[in-house]
Design a protein around this ligand. Structure first.
Ligand code: BTN
Length: 242
């Protein structure tokens, strides 16, 4: 496995895309101490200065059709939540919030951004970007009350290389299980580590606010939500207010 380290980059997702185009192997990881244009889902900025976070992207090449790509976000979430709970000795403090957040008591500690390079029907390569707030002692004002670091939670500084290596080992385990058996047993673990279903949520669909309850995810990682009028919505990505 090849790990490429940079002191600073625009976004490790862009680096991963370039690496894919120049033929990088499955399993290549690119990590940077700081990103100048780190990004999150839905075009949002991802705060990723040189202040102690772990920012990396993995190049993964599973032989799967495009509609199964979100399953890799489920696998990554399972690996992340387990490693964070274990490394910080907090059992169950960290939970997955569909589709891609890891929260500790409602505060975001890690996020996943899965992007792909695909033919119309088959995935050629995925760029799985992971950001973990490891050692930051403070966050910018616009993240106040929304984000937390592992150090902030535990009062202890963690070695980021140790966090990365634990994560990669854990991810490899679940990824191999996925290749061998598919998603179903992993989905059960995902559910056990996620915010509970049946919870009242709201979201915007365009300008309209929808309120309802989560019904849970399908094998494909699609969230089903039943709104207050009884209509079921299938969500591929959304920002659910819990
Ligand atoms: C989200 O919560 O919306 C996803 C955040 C993903 C952030 C990581 S940091 C490493 C990689 N490079 C990026 O630009 N984004 C991802």
């Amino acid at each position: 496995q090849r790990i490429i380290h940079k002191e600073v980059t625009s976004s490790t997702q862009d680096d991963a895309m370039e690496l894919i185009q120049s033929g990088a192997a499955n399993g290549t990881v690119v990590i940077s101490d700081a990103q100048t244009k780190g990004r999150g889902r839905l075009g949002r900025d991802w705060h990723s200065g040189p202040d102690g976070g772990l920012w990396f992207s993995m190049i993964v090449k599973p032989e799967i059709p495009v509609h199964r790509a979100p399953q890799l976000t489920l696998i990554t979430g399972v690996a992340l939540v387990r490693v964070l709970n274990r490394l910080t000795e907090q059992s169950g403090t960290f939970r997955i919030k569909w589709p891609n957040d890891i929260l500790a008591d409602h505060l975001k500690t890690a996020g996943i951004l899965t992007e792909m390079h695909a033919d119309p029907d088959r995935v050629r390569a995925l760029m799985i970007g992971v950001g973990i707030n490891v050692n930051q002692v403070a966050f910018p004002d616009w993240l106040a009350g929304q984000a937390e670091s592992l150090a902030g939670l535990t009062g202890e500084t963690l070695n980021r290389n140790v966090v990365l290596s634990h994560f990669l080992t854990e991810f490899e385990y679940w990824y191999q299980l996925f290749l061998a058996e598919g998603i179903s047993s992993i989905k059960t673990i995902w559910e056990a580590n996620a915010l509970p279903t049946g919870h009242k949520v709201s979201m915007y669909s365009g300008q309209t606010m929808i309120t309802g309850k989560t019904l849970g995810i399908t094998d494909e990682g699609v969230m089903q939500l039943i709104d207050d009028d009884g209509k079921v919505h299938e969500l591929y990505s959304a920002n659910l207010e819990w």
